[in-house]
Design a protein around this ligand. Structure first.
Ligand code: AVJ
Length: 324
């Protein structure tokens, strides 16, 4: 904890399992090869993602922000006084809309941002402290599964927020386990606000992950720089090419890195050698697109009954409010 600022505290809860890179070894030994998507978000990756959010083709951030701007006060009025917990808080830019609404409602309250990018987390927390005098911040640096088990004691009802359709990075099986973890970490009466990207025209989806300025390509390739740095690796990003497409059977965008030649790569600190054939791919992300009816059923089914759903006029994105 930082003693200088009594309203702020940051716990680093990265654990051995994740720092040890076991999940990287597992993913790259898998057939087909995969990488955990959270490795996108080193400092450079978080910056590139911020740039993506402003791209003309990347509609999700803008659309979700529009829904929040329109309904944040309604959400706050519905839940009443709450402390806010956020998974994948990043720059907290959209969250500010909610913080504004909750500031109207209540006096002092606590914001618990959770993110894998420690630098981003700390910079954001300091900005928020300056702008919100009523706010105490308890930041947690780590992956969601671990962070959920390290929440500080609750003094009032909680609103857990998970925006940006990041839940779409999880496979259906992972999602089921994740929702169960959420449910178990909430107290009856607590709320869960989930932002999800909805199924839509394939061309719109595909363009959002194949922008003209090629920022998404750079974001995708940056995962290799991050691995080189973190695990003493010798990936040459120039030997890979960005590939993103919409898989219509699984209703998901898939991002891959295509190997442009036969190559052997080493991650020395993991004692790992990876052999890639020309044209072989590493899948770096899935981004699932949801059907709001099916999702509502699933949330109801896993003990997070849906209270309200808000959408934009085009029906591209939805905010779902559940209450345990
Ligand atoms: C932050 C995971 C929701 O899946 O759209 C943006 C990440 N990847 N462009 C998404 C991302 C490529 C984003 N999420």
């Amino acid at each position: 904890c930082d003693q200088k600022i009594s309203r702020y505290c940051c716990d680093n809860i990265q654990t051995k399992v994740h720092d040890s890179g076991l999940d990287v070894v597992r993913g790259l030994s898998h057939d087909p090869k995969t990488l955990p998507s959270y490795y996108f978000y080193d400092q450079r990756g978080s910056e590139l993602f911020e740039q993506i959010c402003g791209l003309p083709e990347y509609y999700p951030t803008r659309t979700e922000q529009g829904i929040l701007a329109k309904y944040a006060q309604e959400i706050a009025d519905l839940t009443g006084n709450c402390d806010l917990v956020e998974l994948g808080s990043g720059s907290s830019r959209k969250t500010r809309i909610l913080l504004d609404a909750y500031t109207q409602l209540q006096g002092k309250f606590t914001y618990i941002p959770i993110d894998v990018s420690t630098t981003m987390l700390q910079a954001t927390a300091l900005d928020l402290l300056a702008d919100y005098p009523q706010l105490s911040i308890h930041a947690l640096a780590g992956v969601y599964e671990i962070a959920l088990h390290h929440l500080p004691p609750a003094f009032q009802q909680r609103l857990l927020i998970f925006l940006g359709s990041t839940i779409g990075n999880l496979s259906p099986q992972e999602e089921a386990i994740f929702l169960q973890q959420i449910q178990q970490n909430l107290t009856p009466g607590d709320y869960f606000l989930l932002g999800v990207d909805l199924q839509k025209d394939v061309n719109i989806l595909s363009s959002a992950y194949n922008d003209n300025q090629r920022i998404t390509a750079e974001f995708n390739l940056n995962i290799l720089h991050h691995l080189n740095h973190k695990f003493n690796g010798n990936f040459n990003p120039e030997n890979f090419q960005h590939w993103a497409f919409y898989n219509q059977e699984l209703n998901q965008i898939e991002m891959h890195l295509i190997s442009l030649e036969n190559q052997a790569i080493k991650l020395f600190d993991l004692g790992l050698e990876v052999i890639l054939m020309a044209q072989e791919t590493i899948r770096t992300e899935i981004s699932r697109k949801f059907d709001i009816r099916l999702l509502t059923k699933q949330l109801n089914h896993c003990g997070l009954p849906v209270q309200r759903v808000w959408q934009d006029e085009r029906g591209w994105f939805a905010l779902v409010l559940c209450q345990k």
